[in-house]
Every structure is written in structure tokens, then in C-alpha cells.
Design a protein around this ligand. Structure first.
Ligand code: PEP
Length: 251
């Protein structure tokens, strides 16, 4: 039985004041945890310490949005996995489409970041997903399979035992147009099949989150699908009431 996980990706949003208020609105409901669901929040780097402190002792788990593939050294502007661990970060997103597209992150670089996260004791949340063009031209599965196999070939399938996968169709991110539960379920089952070609045990155990315009109204139907183990939530995670409702939608 896989545990459910809901992660909020705050992206490049917030200020000390807004984050203070968001965390204080989340704590009364989430501090003691929600049965069967792990709740993670991924603030921007400068606010990790603030959230770590405010959420200390609660069941809210800290995540980061990215990390360097390097361990330390002359890499101006980069943040290493060990620095994140130092702030009690447990999860880190790798390969988010906004970084693949805007920063040109290749599958090879994503695999290096995935390995760097694990080397620092963090759990990578590997984001995969196709563009609208790829979906419309019938290549969605090919794209996702390529993204998945790049990681499996470079890091080994067993590395997925200590990782989470997030299926995030690029066309659904921030658009208000979530994938239907049926389409999302089909792709999640496909991802599990891709992993199963390497190791069936790993495939059945790995958590696969859905991301892309998850909100308080569509979360329940998405999370009820057999192969959907929770969500990676962007915009709606900035609203405490919505994020709490999404976390409570896990059945
Ligand atoms: C995301 O950024 O990972 C995401 C899913 O965003 P949104 O929920 O806003 O579509």
C-alpha cells in the first residue's frame, strides 16, 4: 500500500510577511498531520529557514524547488543538496518543466540533480510530462518514457525506491486546465509500466503524484485513481484553505 503525498510548490512567490501568514493558516489543521497523507511545502530558497522554524515540530515537511548537481565549490548562485539538508529539507523537485523549458535543463542534468539529491540524503521528486504539441501529435507517452528511462539508465532503477515521481503535463501547469482523471490515470499507469520493465517491485511501490492545475474541486477525483498517489500543487498551494482541502481530498 503506497502512502499518499501532497506537495505544495510555492514557486517564486511570497514575502516574509505573506509566508508567515500562510504557514500560520496551515498549522492549525496540518500541524498534527492528516491520516495517511504526507504534506510537503516547497518555499523559495530564501524562506526555507523561516518555514523550517515556523513549522518546527509539526507534521509539515519541508521541500525545495531545485538544487545544484554539484556538491560544493565555485558555483555562484547555486545551492547544494547538503545546504538544503542543513535546513531540514527532506524533498527536492528535480526536472520541473519550468526549469527544463526556461533554463534548458536536459534529461542528463536532471539525472545528475536526482543523484545529487540522493547523495545529500534528500528525496528527489522527479517531474516528467509532455508539452501540448507532444500530446496533440500523439507523442505524450514517448516523451514521458524518454524522461523516465534517462533517469533509470543513469541512476539505476533501484534509485526510484527513495524517490517520488510527479507526472505534470506541461499544458496543464498554471493554465487552469487539469488533465481529466481518466487521462491522468492512463499516464500514471503507463509510467508504472515503464518502471516495471526494469523492476516490477519498484514500479508497484513508487509514489506517482499528479500535477497541473490541481485545485480544491478536482483533487478528489484525481486522487481517487488507482495509480495517482497524491499531487504536486502550484497555484492552489498559495491559498491555505484550498491547500488544506486538497490535502483532505486524499481518500
Ligand atoms: C507546478 O508548478 O508544479 C504546478 C502543478 O502548478 P499549478 O498547480 O499551478 O498548475
Amino acid at each position: 500500500m503506497r502512502r499518499a503525498l501532497v506537495a505544495g510548490n510555492w514557486k517564486m512567490n511570497g514575502s516574509q510577511a505573506s509566508i508567515k501568514s500562510l504557514v500560520s493558516d496551515l498549522l492549525p489543521v496540518l500541524a498534527n498531520g492528516i491520516n495517511g497523507v504526507d504534506v510537503v511545502v516547497c518555499p523559495p530558497y530564501p524562506y526555507l529557514g523561516q518555514v523550517a522554524e515556523a513549522a518546527f515540530g509539526s507534521e509539515i515537511v519541508l521541500g525545495a524547488q531545485d538544487l545544484s548537481e554539484e556538491a560544493s565549490g565555485a558555483f555562484t548562485g547555486e545551492v547544494s543538496g547538503s545546504m538544503l539538508s542543513d535546513f531540514r529539507v527532506r524533498f527536492v523537485l528535480v526536472g520541473h518543466s519550468e526549469r527544463r523549458v526556461r533554463c534548458g535543463e536536459s534529461d542528463e542534468l536532471v539525472a545528475k540533480k536526482f543523484a545529487a539529491a540522493q547523495a545529500a540524503g534528500l528525496i528527489p521528486v522527479l517531474c516528467v510530462g509532455e508539452s501540448l504539441d507532444h500530446r496533440q501529435s500523439g507523442h505524450a507517452e514517448d516523451v514521458v518514457a524518454t524522461q523516465m528511462t534517462a533517469i533509470i539508465e543513469q541512476c539505476g532503477v533501484k534509485a526510484l525506491e527513495d524517490a517520488v515521481i510527479a507526472y505534470e503535463p506541461v499544458w496543464a501547469i498554471g493554465t487552469g486546465q487539469a488533465a481529466s482523471a481518466e487521462d491522468a490515470q492512463l499516464m500514471h499507469a503507463f509510467i508504472r509500466q515503464v518502471v516495471a520493465q526494469f523492476d516490477a517491485g519498484v514500479a508497484s511501490g513508487v509514489q506517482i503524484l499528479y500535477g497541473g492545475s490541481v485545485n480544491a474541486d478536482n483533487a478528489e477525483a484525481l486522487f481517487a485513481c488507482e495509480d495517482i498517489d497524491g499531487g504536486l500543487v502550484g497555484g492552489a498551494s498559495l491559498n491555505a484553505k484550498d491547500f488544506i482541502r486538497i490535502c483532505q481530498s486524499v481518500s
